[in-house]
Design a protein around this ligand. Sequence first.
Ligand code: HEC
Ligand code: HEC
Length: 322
Amino acid sequence: MKLSGLCLLIPNALLLLACKPSEPELAKTPLWELQEAQGLELPNHTLGRDASAKQREAGKTLFFSGRDLENAQSVYFNCIDCHRVSREDPLLSDPDPEQRLAAALPKQARGSLLPGSSMHGVVNREHFYNGVYQKKYGGLVQRASKDLVEAVQVCAEFCSQGRRYDEAELEAMMAYLWSLQLTLGDLLSPEELASLSKLDAPLESKVLRPESLNARYLKASPASEYVPPETPLVGNPQRGKAVFEQSCVSCHQADRNSPMYELDIQRLHQGFENGKILDVVRKGIDPDPGRKDDYMPYYTPERLSEQQYADMQAYIAKEANK
Ligand code: HEC
Ligand code: HEC
């Protein structure tokens, strides 16, 4: 991936000195191009970074419909069931499920509250399966903790309950993930982009010091352990409707040709009241050991807040009593 327009002809390091890119061009500048120009080392997952558009497209197909392939990657899930691919957090340095939902609703985005993090910017991260995942899965995710390529394979095999990718598929998937990398437009405000585009000084100069860019996004997606609140929160059914639709219904739909089914509101209500749903949501349902199986992934507090849980409970209670 290279910077666009005239600047293409000039080698990277010189480019930022010699060009005065327009605002939209600046916004599209891949973060790693700039970081390389600043002399930073590329991450150790460069596989697929310079792959062809065709490979990226193949990776996208694997991500969205690996289940439908002749040689299905998983018979249970597509990657998109658990991970979005668009940007989900208004503030990349402070991921927050409340803000995430608020940002998704006006855009009528679907599935904004999924158990896995967005793949947007995943190639800009350095640590994977953090916090509670390291604690819970230990050895299984150890090798993947600093290796994105292995993180992909772990999810292909275990999260999706499928098979590992072969070499060509893995490169295609990485090529697709590289196409979702952070750009300067993700990290800088429109005002900052405007003033930078007018600046005669090189891009990698003061304004864009690596430290100042680093502070604007996280290199690891946080995942903490669920701790029940001391006093139960009061839910808001109206907000709960959106929570339910954006999380559970994204998987639990009647017409889906998959292990996921429509949830029965009365049973769900009972489950909320007797605490069973709390277990399902916060601990998940493990696949049967020793064989591939469908299962329900759990939500860390970073993926579904306690307030959102209470809101959902209030909504289901209201629906059940209609
Ligand atoms: C059933 C749910 C589920 C499915 C299906 C799934 N994942 Fe995941 N994945 C997770 C969860 C949960 C995590 C850990 C939390 C997170 O995303 O940071 C994770 C983590 C990851 C990570 C590391 C992200 C990080 O920052 O730690 C990558 C990369 C990844 N998955 C790729 C994939 C790919 C590629 C597929 C398709 C083969 C896939 N996943 C399918 C649930 C899933
Ligand atoms: C990534 C997809 C996915 C998401 C998102 C999801 N579920 Fe599930 N859920 C499943 C699958 C798959 C099963 C079936 C597990 C099995 O059969 O072992 C399941 C099972 C369940 C069950 C049945 C448990 C039982 O013992 O029969 C309940 C209840 C449930 N989910 C509630 C929820 C709620 C509430 C949400 C939203 C907070 C949610 N699910 C979000 C995939 C999902």
